[in-house]
Design a protein around this ligand. Structure first.
Ligand code: CO
Length: 498
């Protein structure tokens, strides 16, 4: 008889990241943790992605304390986190020693499974994190970022799966952040990965376009080992399908699974209350099925975020135009998948192209993608765009692995913390590396955390437009796009979207 399918539950990470701007607090999670732990789920996604940023920036929480607390409250089920490979949980590459320390701290604080991805699917950006995960005794789940383009064939994804296996991954995840993985394609991709690798396959998608449940059914038929669901109201829409819904859909299926319905109802009741408390951050835009994601290949979270961003730029009427520009920008940048941080970069570039004309403004982040500073792009960068970037930034594309150019940084981070009279352990160092101001604010509450809202400031004196932004620092501010146009300098701040 076919083995039952198993579910991972995402409500404590992707569920609220997708539907409530990652604002669920540890206190709001804790009453649900023992119930979630008693369900018999294959795993609980509780950490990583934008939750670390959100803990520090908005919630005044130490993210490692959250992990330890949740692990204590739910000790039986493996805890899962989402790691952006060499970017850790930030937007740019960190040196190997920082990545290794972060992974060690994460495993030591109670995380059992690390989902490791790279926005460009550049395997070189995954290798250090995978090795460090294995060395720390945790489970390395290598992720394939799914997207559609002329260069993203089943064959190419399977080749990546085989490489992940060679690097020592314990399982393979298909990460469909935009919810564009069609059922038949899922069937073929899962079948091929099962055939060509000896690893368990986990499918992770979003119900943005209403595909998720059908896609999971097809993946289950093809032999997927695990699919990922959430709990309403932090389910469906731009999040994962609801657990009860998915369970019912499998009725009569030889791989059907049964989880305790009364407990699912209890969880739903708890999360209903939390959802109400987070009403400032929820939006009906995120809950509805939105076929725009299929046309524009844009992650659901990015769509709703984008509506806000365009409003701030007085560009509400340009929504369709900007969306149509996104596939063009993607193509010019080598058909990169749209996932943090590339989704923010491509989205912002599309907005700039519409507002000022194509490639009149090229922020540092776009230039870095064109120059392969994030890694190898799946297809070639448009030659004209590359020339423009090289001329404007007086730079040449890099050839090697991005992190090879970075010197070890842990001891420097430690002495900086010591000088600032802050904790100097490894956890402190890795948080300080990614979120220096926020980490300091956590220990000195008198210093207010930087305002998260975008600001628009008139420049002191008119600058000749356009000028490239200053070199971006690898800090929490990396996704502030500094632009100077027609005498105004504008800061565009974007949030995590997957
Ligand atoms: Co996701």
């Amino acid at each position: 008889m076919a083995k039952s399918i198993a579910f991972n539950n995402t409500v404590l990470r992707d569920g609220h990241q997708s539907l409530a701007a990652t604002r669920m607090t540890t206190a709001q999670m804790l009453p649900a943790a023992p119930i979630l732990d008693s369900m018999g789920f294959h795993g609980l996604e509780t950490w990583g992605g934008a939750t670390i940023d959100s803990c520090l920036r908005f919630l005044g929480e130490n993210p490692f304390e959250r992990l330890r607390t949740l692990k204590k409250a739910a000790p039986k089920t493996p805890h899962i986190m989402l790691l952006r490979g060499q970017n850790i949980v930030q937007y740019t590459s960190f040196p190997d020693d920082v990545v290794e320390s972060f992974v060690r701290c994460t495993a030591a604080a109670g995380c059992d499974v690390l989902r490791i991805f790279d926005a460009l699917n550049d395997i070189r950006n995954l290798a250090t994190a995978i090795r460090a995960t294995k060395a720390s005794g945790a489970h390395a789940r290598g992720e394939i970022c799914y997207t559609t383009s002329p260069v993203h064939t089943i064959e190419a994804f399977v080749t990546l799966g085989i490489e992940l296996e060679k690097l020592g991954c314990d399982s393979i995840g298909i990460k469909d952040m935009s919810g564009v993985l069609a059922p038949q394609v899922a069937f073929e991709l899962v079948s091929a990965l099962k055939r060509k690798t000896g690893l368990p396959v986990i499918v992770h998608t979003h119900d943005t376009a209403g595909f998720a449940a059908a896609t999971y059914l097809a993946a289950i038929d093809a032999g997927a080992d695990v699919v990922e669901t959430s709990i309403v109201p932090f389910a469906n829409g731009t999040s994962q399908p609801d657990t009860l819904r998915m369970m019912e859909l499998l009725k009569g299926n030889p791989r059907a699974v049964e989880y305790d319905r009364n407990k699912l109802i209890a969880l739903r009741e708890h999360f209903n209350e939390v959802y109400k408390q987070l009403s400032k951050f929820t939006s009906t835009d995120n809950e509805r099925v939105d076929s725009d994601t299929l046309i524009y290949q844009v992650p659901g979270g990015m769509l709703s975020n984008f509506r806000n961003q365009l409003k701030e730029q007085n560009m509400t009427d340009k929504f369709e135009q900007v969306m149509k520009e996104i596939p063009y920008v993607r193509e010019c940048l080598g058909w990169i998948p749209l996932v943090t941080p590339t989704s923010q970069i491509v989205g912002t570039q599309a907005m700039l192209n519409v507002k000022f004309g194509r490639w009149k403004q090229i922020p540092q982040q776009t230039a870095d993608i064109a120059l392969s500073k994030y890694g190898r792009t799946p297809g070639p960068v448009n030659a004209d765009v590359l020339k423009l970037v090289c001329d404007r930034y007086k730079a040449q594309p890099v050839q090697g692995r991005p992190a090879d150019a970075l010197a070890p940084r842990m001891e420097k981070l430690r002495s900086e913390l010591k000088a600032a009279n802050l904790p100097t352990d490894d956890e402190a160092c890795v948080l300080h590396a990614m979120f220096p101001r926020e980490f300091a604010a956590l220990h000195k509450p008198a210093t207010p955390a930087p305002a998260p809202a975008p600001v628009h400031v008139q420049a002191a004196k008119p600058a000749p437009a356009p000028v490239p932004a200053a070199a971006a620092a690898p800090t929490g501010d990396y996704m502030r796009f500094n632009l100077t146009v027609e005498g105004y300098s504008t800061e565009v701040v974007v949030e995590d979207l997957d």
